[in-house]
Design a protein around this ligand. Structure first.
Ligand code: 13P
Ligand code: SF4
Length: 302
């Protein structure tokens, strides 16, 4: 393991590559990365990097977002078929039809979407800035895609009418109130932190609703010693690592995104050696998608 780690680090240096890893990646992949974070933080890092190669340890839409903001860099996704079930729930064609049903309403698209869908959107958002993004728009009605749970969460925080696409993240959406009640009964003193991709009934029970990096920041500054974590189980690793004196419990051990677990150290080394798989976005689509992503980046986060 150690040799593999060193080999990856020295090859990354030699090739002027930066390794970015999402908070859900396997512990060893998070450890070998130059930077870890949520979707927004990683997109921002990608846009600022001076590296020649960006290796994105995450899922396809994340690498695609890096390719949108960094056309002059080679963006590598170590596992070609690491997709996102939510991003696959909306096509550009479906969005065009949905827009026609709500003429004039600006489209706010969660970054968990394809480049083609972003290109059809006015502005992007992440779980870290969705409310601020919608509020930044001078519009009485907005369309939000593709996640209905994030959209319903936003609806609670704005007077603007939110029309939403009926997509979801199956991993978060399947978390039930009954399971969360069990976790609460097992850990009565724990703070419940939940990701806004969870169903509204679960978010009603939560003490804190945040993006993955938002949960990391919250846990660090909180005086609480115990936390129930309602998101993909990969986040437990950085939570525990950054807070050695605190306890973290998964809301459900079944919250596993298989696509996020496909990247291994071996696979990462091979990807760096072969510089594969390169993620590219057709220029016309890229330019349109970039406008939506840049507009999002200009909105301040909490
Ligand atoms: P974050 O942007 O909060 O890291 O979430 C990304 C994601 O895919 C959640 O399922
Ligand atoms: Fe997509 Fe859900 Fe996996 Fe996040 S956890 S990458 S939303 S499938």
């Amino acid at each position: 393991m150690d040799d593999l780690f060193k080999e990856i680090r020295s090859l990354a240096q030699e090739k002027k590559a930066i390794i970015l890893a999402h908070n859900y990646q396997l512990p060893e992949v998070q450890d070998v990365a130059d930077l870890t974070g949520d979707s927004l933080a990683l997109s921002i890092e990608a846009s600022k990097t001076e590296a020649e190669i960006i290796v994105f340890c995450g899922v396809h839409f994340m690498a695609e977002t890096a390719a949108i903001v960094c056309p002059d860099k080679k963006v590598i996704l170590p596992v070609e078929d690491a997709g996102c079930a939510m991003a696959d729930m909306l096509t550009a064609d479906q969005l065009r039809k949905f827009k026609a049903e709500h003429p004039g309403a600006p489209v706010v698209t969660y970054v968990n979407s394809t480049a083609e869908v972003k290109a059809e959107s006015d502005i992007c958002c992440t779980s870290a800035n969705a409310v601020q993004v919608v509020k930044s728009l001078d519009a009485r009605e907005v369309i939000m895609t593709p996640d209905r749970n994030l959209a319903k969460w936003v609806q609670r925080h704005t007077d603007q009418k939110v029309h939403y696409w009926d997509g979801c993240c199956p991993i978060h959406d399947e978390l039930t109130v009954a399971r969360v009640k069990e976790a609460r009964a097992e850990h009565p003193n724990a703070v419940l932190m939940a990701h806004p991709e969870c169903p509204p009934e679960v978010l009603d029970m939560a003490d804190v609703v945040r993006s993955t990096s938002g949960m990391l920041a919250y846990a660090k500054q909180s005086d609480a010693r115990e936390f129930i974590v309602a998101t993909e189980v990969g986040l437990l690793y950085p939570l525990k690592k950054q807070n050695p004196g605190k306890e973290f419990y998964p809301a459900s051990p079944e919250m596993i995104c298989e696509n996020m677990k496909k990247t291994t150290l071996k696979g990462l080394l091979k990807a760096l050696q072969q510089e594969k798989t390169v993620v590219e976005v057709e220029e016309d689509i890229r330019k349109k998608a970039l406008k939506a992503v840049e507009r999002m980046m200009a909105v301040p986060r909490d």
